[in-house]
Design a protein around this ligand. Structure first.
Ligand code: ADP
Ligand code: MG
Length: 568
């Protein structure tokens, strides 16, 4: 006999459930998309594990997802013959929100329904969406590889706790039964369900089957037949040709692979033939995920080999600075038994990765070129969400350094807003005729950069200076020492030599004054010998009496502060 246990959701889960129901109510049909998406993932996982253990298929290797409904019981059920879950997996995945950034997520909620719905969607609360339309949900599952008596029955009304019991389940996989809320009868309709599936889940590679129906004039006389029909196209979206795929389909596929609720910002779909034969369908999300700067983040590119799912988050396929990219790569050459270890060493993967980087940089370049018209907002969005990460690429990807540098945008002393819009190329075009260097100042904040005393002489001479205040900027300029032959120069370092920007009289005057003050600077240097390396007469200030500068080859003040705070 089995005992029924009562367990509680995590505190956050309770809160999240309430919010979900509230903010996603206007979009409630998505519950079906989420359940089908999970079922499809479960089939992918089974296929992958079965590559090394074919016994997992038991005697049932035709993977599919079944949707049915019962007007008398007022239920909808979705079942799959995928990987299933063990008891512990049910506890870990269904009763828990083990995702990173949960706290930050709650702190970022605004109370505004529309805004919060976006956030909630982005957080990826897939399974919980069932409670939008159901007041009781039963999940019965058995993990592939376990015997029939290891089935698990989970049930909850979404109010904070759930029950769990061990049951017999003859078939492998998961069945989810939704007991609809009173006012949700509209979903107990074969036509409606078919429409939702086609709208959101047509791209699912697995057949989604329902019992055929005989429609009659009077709804109550509709008859469900004892014969199956497949209601989606059931072939891999990325393997279809581009002109057969609508934007909606691309978008829905994105939501599935990226576990996102919002459409992507941009995508690229291409087949590469030659030594490596592969298809890539890659997306740039419209919003940075919560875990963009989190080492534990889990989503990325999915790797398939000849349509068979191999792994999620194949980190070898993307350099770190493009970690926001989502999508699939489907290779025709890699062996089906490829493992993470093999990927680490594989030359094939190196060449696929180089191809992926090229495509993505091309896509970002396309976005950046439309800065003048409608696309302007898109590049702004892209840059706001991922600009900081892209900057890492200048140090990380030597072979694409110039290409990446061209994509960067900054605030400068000529900007009239705080939005980074000035590219290095624009800067070069606007440079003074006699100017030989690209000038920048780094600081902790944009405000501090703007107020830097080092800028005084540049303002006087009307020379544009980049204002760098992102965390990664110090790292950026240590890797980007020149652009198109022009060296980058910190305005806060070394004896400032303005080169041809100064005329002969100015130079002469400088020398004279430096000599005149020599005695004073010597004395000051002596008095401050513990604190400073040198004391010089400066011409970079027009208003402030004095400023601190770093030596040409010393660390910038900002980097020094960073290292100190990191305990170095
Ligand atoms: P996500 O799909 O983004 O991981 P969900 O809330 O949709 O988030 O699902 C949570 C987890 O529950 C999944 O990652 C998976 O481990 C498990 N799960 C959900 N549905 C199924 C299913 N049909 N078969 C196996 N595991 C499932
Ligand atoms: Mg999901």
């Amino acid at each position: 006999a089995t005992t029924k246990e009562q367990l509680s959701f995590q505190a956050e889960a309770k809160q999240l459930l309430k919010l979900m129901i509230h903010s996603l109510y206007s979009n409630k049909e998505i519950f079906l998309r989420e359940l089908i998406s999970n079922a499809s993932d479960a089939a992918d996982k089974l296929r992958f594990e079965a590559l090394t253990d074919a016994a997992l298929y038991e005697s049932d290797s035709d993977l599919r997802i079944r949707v049915s409904y019962d007007t008398n019981e007022r239920t909808i059920s979705i079942s799959d013959n995928g990987i299933g879950m063990s008891r512990q997996e049910v506890i870990d995945h269904i009763g828990t929100i083990a995702k990173s950034g949960t706290r930050e997520f709650f702190n970022s909620l605004t109370g505004d329904q529309v805004k919060d719905a976006h956030l909630i969607g982005q957080f990826g609360v897939g399974f919980y969406s069932v409670f939008i339309i159901a007041d009781k949900v039963t999940l019965i599952t058995r993990r592939a590889g376990l015997t029939a008596e290891h089935g698990v029955r989970w049930e909850s009304s979404g109010e904070g706790d759930y029950t769990l019991e061990t049951v017999e389940k003859s078939t492998r996989g998961t069945e989810i039964i939704l007991h609809l809320r009173k006012e949700e009868d509209e979903f107990l309709n074969g036509m409606r369900i078919r429409n939702i599936v086609r709208k959101y889940s047509d791209h699912i590679t697995l057949p989604i089957v329902m019992k055929k129906e005989e429609w009659s004039q009077e709804e109550s006389k509709n008859k469900i037949l004892d014969e199956d029909e497949t209601i989606n196209q059931a072939n891999a979206l990325w393997a279809r040709s581009k002109n057969e795929i609508t934007t909606e389909q691309y978008n829905e596929f994105y939501k599935h692979v990226a576990h996102d609720f919002e459409p992507p910002l941009a995508y690229v779909h291409a087949r590469v033939e030659g030594k490596q034969d592969y298809t890539q369908l890659l997306y740039i999300p419209a919003r940075a995920p919560f875990d963009l700067f989190d080492r534990e983040r889990r989503h990325g590119i999915k790797l398939y080999v000849q349509r068979v799912f191999i792994m999620d988050d194949a980190e070898k396929l993307l350099p770190n600075y493009l970690r926001f990219v989502r999508g699939v790569i489907d290779s025709n050459n890699l062996p089906l038994n490829v493992s993470r270890e093999i990927l680490q060493e594989s030359k094939d993967i190196d060449s696929i990765r180089a191809g992926v980087v090229k495509k993505i940089l091309g896509l970002i370049e396309d976005l950046s070129k439309h800065e003048d018209d409608d696309g302007k907002e898109k590049y702004k969005t892209f840059y706001r969400e991922f600009g900081q990460v892209l900057k890492e690429g200048v140090g990380e990807d030597f072979s694409n350094r110039e290409r990446i540098a061209k994509l960067l945008r900054f605030v400068t002393t000529s900007s009239d807003s705080d939005e980074p819009t000035v590219s290095l190329e624009t800067y070069l075009q606007r440079m003074k005729e006699a100017q030989e260097k690209i000038y920048y100042v780094t600081a902790d904040s944009l405000k501090a950069a703007k107020n830097s005393p080092h800028l005084e002489v540049f303002r006087k001479k009307d020379i544009e200076v980049f204002l760098l205040s992102d965390r990664v900027d110090e790292w950026l300029v240590s890797n980007l020492t020149e652009f198109e032959g022009k060296p980058l120069q910190s305005v806060a370092k070394g004896g400032l030599d303005l080169g041809n920007l100064e005329d002969a009289t100015e130079k002469e005057e400088r020398e004279k004054e430096t000599n005149a003050f020599q005695e004073l600077t010597e004395k000051m240097k002596e008095a401050l010998s513990e604190q400073v390396k040198d004391v010089r007469v400066t011409f970079r200030l027009t208003e402030s009496p004095a400023c601190l500068v770093a030596d040409t080859y010393d660390m910038g003040g900002n980097l020094e502060r960073l290292l100190k705070s990191a305990g170095q």
